[in-house]
Design a binder for this molecule. Structure first.
Ligand code: ADP
Ligand code: MG
Length: 400
């Protein structure tokens, strides 16, 4: 895999950079600009090296045609502020506006193209359709730099197909992210714990399969924990539950026991009458979840238990909040994990936070990025890496 330094002199070259600028928006206000900040160093380095930098990215999930609410226009403004220079915003991706912006770009200029997913070719299942769109993107540039870590696990036109059409290299952000994941998978310092939570239960079950081979401890909270509690015979009331995964989870619990991997589950939860900050809620033991309530956070005893299980760890990967942290009554469990990680980071442990909501949670709770070893910009991509899968956006760069 080539890095930017391995490419020929980029002075005056048109460099297409795939970044991950998929930030949360409320109206046109960016509520967490972490991914834009993370993208700045690569864009800045290329611009300072005299390249004509053409940034492309997606935002949200538009269905292949333009939609105002998914416009990258607010991101162009914020990117310009963070770069300290004007960013020319093209109001289409590969059309007249994009072509004009690229043609008039001088050395060092930065252009941001409109949302890639306004074009059906970006995420098309048909390789031909994707290749056609990738061809239009490639036509704007001389060189491709892949720096959107949040999408490297996707076989999409701007990630995968375009890398086959232009001389390509990996950007600094993806290099950093992959470097951290390598440290997690290649002889991690022990004890090595993985903390999993969040809402996407089935997404995260797959990674457990692989982690049972490598981690010493698995701490589980969030919405996915109720499938585990159910597998252990507890009633979980109205909590999130994937009934069809209960048997799979039973298998994981058995495997973990055979391999001596410690699985740490909550001993209490915050049980609420509904998914709302105003709902009546109380702390109950996991064997006493009322049938008309849902668990929306791990309880205080569990927070203390989880913190204790992390205190002596030298390596921790954390993906997924412990509760519905967006609502204050259910944020304490997530805060406890963040605090435990901050403490061991100060003692020299490697701590990695993955997942968009997990990253947003630690920032919302008042922690800063530098209190952790690394805050990943790609939850899905880092999980797939830890599952041991090949990431198409990386393997394609090995070919080029
Ligand atoms: P990440 O983006 O970090 O990978 P996910 O997207 O998987 O995390 O999950 C984040 C979401 O999970 C949050 O919006 C949070 O409200 C929700 N969540 C966490 N615990 C629960 C729970 N017990 N019940 C319902 N939702 C939960
Ligand atoms: Mg999420």
């Amino acid at each position: 895999m080539k890095s930017i330094a391995d490419l020929d002199d980029l002075q005056g070259k048109r460099v297409l950079v795939r970044s991950d600028l998929n930030v949360p928006l409320e109206g046109s206000t960016i509520t967490d600009d972490g991914r834009i900040r993370a993208s700045v160093p690569t864009i800045k380095a290329l611009s300072e090296g005299g390249a004509r930098v053409i940034v492309c990215a997606h935002l949200g999930r538009p269905k292949g045609s333009p939609e105002d609410k998914y416009s990258l226009a607010p991101v162009a403004t914020r990117l310009g502020e963070l770069l300290g220079r004007d960013v020319t915003f093209a109001t289409d991706t590969v059309g007249e506006s994009a072509q004009a912006a690229v043609e008039s770009a001088a050395d060092g200029d930065v252009v941001l193209l409109e949302n890639l997913r306004f074009n059906p070719g970006e995420t098309a299942k048909s390789a031909d359709e994707r290749a056609e769109f990738a061809g239009s993107l490639a036509g704007l540039a001389d060189v491709f730099v892949s720096d959107g870590f949040g999408v490297v696990h996707r076989e999409q036109a701007s990630v995968f197909d375009v890398a086959r059409l232009l001389p390509s290299a990996v950007g600094g952000l993806v290099e950093t992210e992959v470097g951290v994941l390598r440290r997690l998978t290649t002889d991690p310092e022990r004890p090595y714990a993985v903390v999993l939570g969040g809402a996407k239960v089935s997404d995260k079950l797959a990674v457990i399969d692989n982690l049972i081979q490598t981690a010493d401890r698995l701490l589980i909270g969030g919405g996915m924990v109720f499938t585990f509690l159910k597998a252990q015979g507890h009633e979980v009331g109205k909590s999130l539950l994937e009934s069809d995964q209960v048997d799979t989870v039973k298998g994981y619990l058995e495997q973990a026991q055979e391999r001596g991997v410690e699985i740490v589950l909550p001993v209490d939860v915050v049980a609420a009458t509904e998914f709302s900050a105003d709902a009546d809620h109380e702390v109950v033991g996991i064997d006493a979840i009322p049938s008309d309530r849902m668990g929306l956070d791990i309880g205080p005893e569990s927070s203390a238990l989880f913190a204790e299980k992390l205190a002596d760890c030298r390596t921790v990967f954390w993906n997924g909040p412990m509760g519905a942290f967006e609502m204050a009554p259910y944020a304490a469990g997530t805060a406890a994990i963040a605090k435990a990680l901050v403490d061991i980071t100060a003692d020299g442990a490697l701590t990695v936070v993955g997942g968009g909501d997990s990253a947003a949670a630690v920032r919302q709770l008042g922690f800063t990025d530098d209190q952790f070893g690394h805050i990943s910009t790609g939850g899905g991509a880092s999980l797939e890496y830890l599952e041991g899968k090949d990431l198409p956006g990386l393997t394609v760069l090995d070919e080029s």
